[in-house]
Design a protein around this ligand. Structure first.
Ligand SMILES: [Fe+2]
Length: 402
């Protein structure tokens, strides 16, 4: 099923051990320590998480600077290691530590796939983007993470803005649709999600939906829609601050608060729309496709997905990012991880077959029945421009949403 390239080094994958220190995706689920060892013959199972995105509830704060300590692994980089853009397996004793804000099932599939392809073991710590970004900042020079992968662009940008990332190999950046890489080139986009509207045709027709999410501040929409202050919502607010200004964004948020129903989580929005409890809601596209999988097909669902057009902020496509910490003592392996993650024959195949999120390598198409990425009509912007979420957080609070 998967087309992950394999070579002799794949045999070393049998030693894979993934340590999941915290369980989470989005929404600040309480950390739960679990340990999973999981070398399997094929990289795996469909994502079934219904948690909401993001978790940018916290704004990274400066942590104490502390002296460098011994690295987690005693492995050294082999002189015979391949170039950064190669994903051919070369034996390595290194263990790469990846902090991941992504859905846990996708993170695990990616870690498994990378180890199978390269023989490099991966230790994963899973949490929300914001939790992990804060942790990296607080760890300072003692940071355990070699690589940070996120659900949303904001926290990758936040670490980049603090100068914590190494430059990504240009060959790796070239693996993916360049629209979604940050202008800095210090992290790479490896997946994406589109903001969409889920609607219930029994309650409202597609033609009756708002032309812009900015319209939702108008009284005519009162009681008609749901929203959730997720990471993607916060990213949208940051985008609005950058494009229409702080005052207009605050007014919009006050309108959202007055007119919409805050259901806290994207999954709850999807379920309420599906059940006909509300006409429509703002969410990320993939939550609907996950439910369609669970229910046995898209035609089994009452609700539908509406993709906004004309570069509306409701059509934002947000990149999931991967960056390498400057403090990493496994720079070569970390570059290989990013190269594999973005490789059309590597991590992009895992994304295409494991999750309804979008793969970003040209020529790789999701197997989840998504509307093709090139048929979406998102606004064009620098994904790195969403790095400062603090003002968005302030406005969301000021509007009374949280
Ligand atoms: Fe999510």
């Amino acid at each position: 099923m998967l087309a992950i390239r394999r070579s002799s080094g794949a045999l070393l994958a049998l030693s894979l051990c993934i340590l999941i220190v915290t369980a989470a995706c989005g929404d600040g689920a309480s950390p739960t320590a679990t340990v999973a060892t999981a070398p399997t013959a094929t990289a795996s199972a469909a994502a079934t998480s219904t948690s909401t995105s993001g978790g940018t509830a916290a704004t990274p704060t400066a942590g104490a600077e502390t002296p460098t300590t011994a690295p987690e692994s005693t492995a050294t980089v082999s002189a015979a290691a391949p170039t950064a853009t190669s994903t051919e397996a070369t034996p390595s004793d290194a263990t790469l530590t990846v902090y991941s804000g992504q859905h846990e099932s996708l993170t695990k599939a990616l870690a498994d796939g990378f180890t199978k392809a390269t023989g490099i073991k991966v230790e994963v710590r899973v949490g929300s983007d914001a939790e992990l970004a804060n942790q990296i900042i607080e760890e300072g020079d003692r940071a355990k993470a070699d690589v940070f992968i996120t659900e949303e662009p904001s926290q990758a940008g936040a670490l980049d803005g603090r100068g914590l990332f190494e430059a990504v190999d240009p060959g790796t950046l070239a693996h993916v649709d360049g629209r979604f890489n940050p202008a800095s080139g210090n992290w790479v986009a490896y997946a994406a999600r589109s903001r969409v509207i889920f609607y219930n045709p029994d309650k409202i027709s597609e033609a009756e939906l708002p032309q812009s999410i900015l319209d939702l501040a108008n009284p005519e929409w009162k009681g008609k829609f749901a929203y959730a202050p997720s990471g993607a919502f916060t990213a949208t607010v940051t985008y609005l601050i950058n494009t229409i200004g702080e005052d207009a964004t605050l007014e919009w948020l006050k309108g959202i608060k007055a007119n919409g129903e805050n259901l806290q989580k994207n999954g709850a929005i999807r379920d309420a729309v599906e059940a006909g409890q509300i006409s429509f809601g703002l969410s990320n596209h993939y939550y609907w496709y996950i439910l369609a999988q669970q229910q046995g097909g898209q035609d089994k669902l009452k609700s539908k997905v509406h993709y906004m057009s004309g570069g509306d902020p409701g059509a934002l496509v947000l990149a999931s990012g991967a960056g390498i910490l400057k403090t990493s003592t496994h720079q070569a392996e970390a570059q290989r991880f990013l190269a594999w993650l973005t490789d059309a024959d590597g991590g992009q195949q895992v994304i295409a077959t494991t999750t309804p999120q979008y793969p970003l390598a040209p020529g790789v198409t999701s197997s989840m029945g998504l509307r093709p990425l090139d048929q979406l009509d998102p606004p064009a912007f620098d994904q790195g421009s969403l790095q400062d979420v603090s003002k968005a957080r302030d406005l969301i609070i000021e509007a009374g949403i949280v």
